[in-house]
Design a protein around this ligand. Structure first.
Ligand code: 5GP
Ligand code: ZN
Length: 119
């Protein structure tokens, strides 16, 4: 599995930097964002170091599909209210124009009752 010793999220995967875990399996880790924008705000990441969506390749199809199917389940588990009254938002920043700060692919999941700090 590819990993980058200088990458913040690879360090979280390796347990070198602590995180509040939401979910973990062989390929995927989800943990609470350190600076939440909304009552629920966690990040879903592949454990492998993929810098952004720009580097996705056909071999990542199943992994990304699994993350998409996992998101609604984890959102409810973490306190998002059910659709349609509740719901949640997914977003993934890719590159400087999007203001991506951590260059290890991550999907933000935000939700919970409004108001939110951002978004
Ligand atoms: P980006 O701007 O790259 O889409 O989002 C990076 C996210 O990572 C930000 O929302 C930021 O709060 C979060 N973050 C940065 N450093 C850490 C950390 O050490 N631990 C956790 N849990 N989240 C972090
Ligand atoms: Zn990484």
């Amino acid at each position: 599995m590819s990993t980058d010793p200088d990458c913040l999220f690879c360090k979280i995967v390796a347990g070198k930097i602590p995180s509040r875990k939401v979910y973990e399996d062989d390929e995927i880790l989800a943990f609470h964002d350190i600076n939440p924008w909304a009552p629920v705000h966690f990040l879903m990441i592949p454990k492998a170091h993929i810098p952004s969506m720009a580097q996705l390749a056909p071999e990542h199809e199943a992994l990304m599909g699994r993350m998409m199917l996992l998101a609604p389940r984890l959102a409810l588990q973490e306190g998002c209210r059910p659709y349609p009254e509740g719901g949640f938002r997914l977003f993934t920043n890719t590159g400087a124009d999007s203001r991506q700060e951590v260059h290890h692919l991550h999907i933000h999941v935000t939700g919970g009752p409004r108001p939110w700090l951002r978004g």
